[in-house]
Unconditional design. Structure first.
Ligand SMILES: [Zn+2]
Length: 270
């Protein structure tokens, strides 16, 4: 499933193809993904020029000179294909630029979304309304995190997955950051001291930046003739490594809570 680093990599890959380009053709080949597309998607985008791209949590943002922002979410299986040799049944939205590039939003499982929001109203867009700070921005820091967790007895892992506390973190990067910080996933959030919280903040930023850097090397995939974007696979510290040795020698454990796996080292994390 695309997480924040994959979305960031996607935005960085789309930027050189879209920035400053006029959209000469926009075609939706179905009416919806997880929810209906805006009915006026085609009219509002056709002829518009892309002025910039960005990201908020796990959403990609494409701004146009008409004051609209195309907000996309890749769901479970979404990706943008650049200049695909041919279109397939899962290419649901096709965009062509005045430079002759063709982009296809491909999403076999259709859990993604595509919305068009006035750029000035983005903070009112319902998925963004209650979002906490971006984990890579200065607003995510030990002071903010300590205030958000004060008095909370819920497990720290659940708190980091709460989008109101910090935006865009998913299961993989929370497991990885907790391991890097040496904090047990089940530890009561409000009981973690300031020094360890500071290390947790640094760890969250570090695992995300490392994943984005690894993804950067796959950006060339955008130019491949088949247009496939190869989501980078990474050797995780603990994620997906149940039974394998942690760097300390102990076996990585997996626990399942409400259908979600938590990977951790019982020796390094406390
Ligand atoms: Zn360990």
């Amino acid at each position: 499933m695309p997480e924040l680093p994959e979305v960031e990599t996607t935005v960085r890959g789309l930027a050189p193809v879209l920035e400053g380009r006029r959209l000469v053709s926009v075609e939706a080949r179905r009416a919806d993904l997880r929810r209906p597309f805006p009915p006026d998607l085609r009219q509002r985008l056709t002829g518009a020029t892309v002025t910039g791209l960005g990201r908020r949590a796990k959403y990609g943002l494409i701004n146009t000179d008409r004051g609209d922002t195309l907000v996309f979410h890749l769901g479970m299986s979404g990706r943008w294909r650049i200049d695909p040799a041919e279109l397939g049944t899962h290419d649901h939205v096709i965009v062509e630029t005045d430079a002759g590039s063709r982009l296809a939003l491909n999403d076999p499982r259709r859990f993604g979304s595509l919305d068009l929001v006035p750029t000035g109203d983005l903070t009112l867009y319902p998925p963004f309304a209650a979002l906490g700070p971006e984990p890579l921005a200065e607003g995510f820091n030990v002071t903010q995190l300590r205030a958000a967790l004060a008095g909370r007895s819920a497990p720290i892992k659940a708190m980091l997955l709460d989008q109101r506390i910090v935006a865009g973190l998913g299961n993989i990067y929370v497991c990885e950051a907790l391991h890097l910080a040496g904090i047990a996933p089940g530890r009561a959030a409000g009981s973690i001291g300031g020094g360890r919280l500071a290390r947790l903040v640094d760890s969250v930023k570090e695992v995300l930046l490392a994943a984005i850097a690894a993804g950067g090397s796959s950006l060339r995939d955008y130019a491949r003739p088949d247009g496939e974007l190869g989501y980078f696979s990474k050797q995780w510290r603990v994620y997906g490594r149940e039974g394998e040795a942690c760097h300390c020698g102990r076996a990585v454990r997996r626990r399942v809570d409400s259908g979600r796996s938590t990977f951790f080292c019982p020796a390094c994390q406390r």
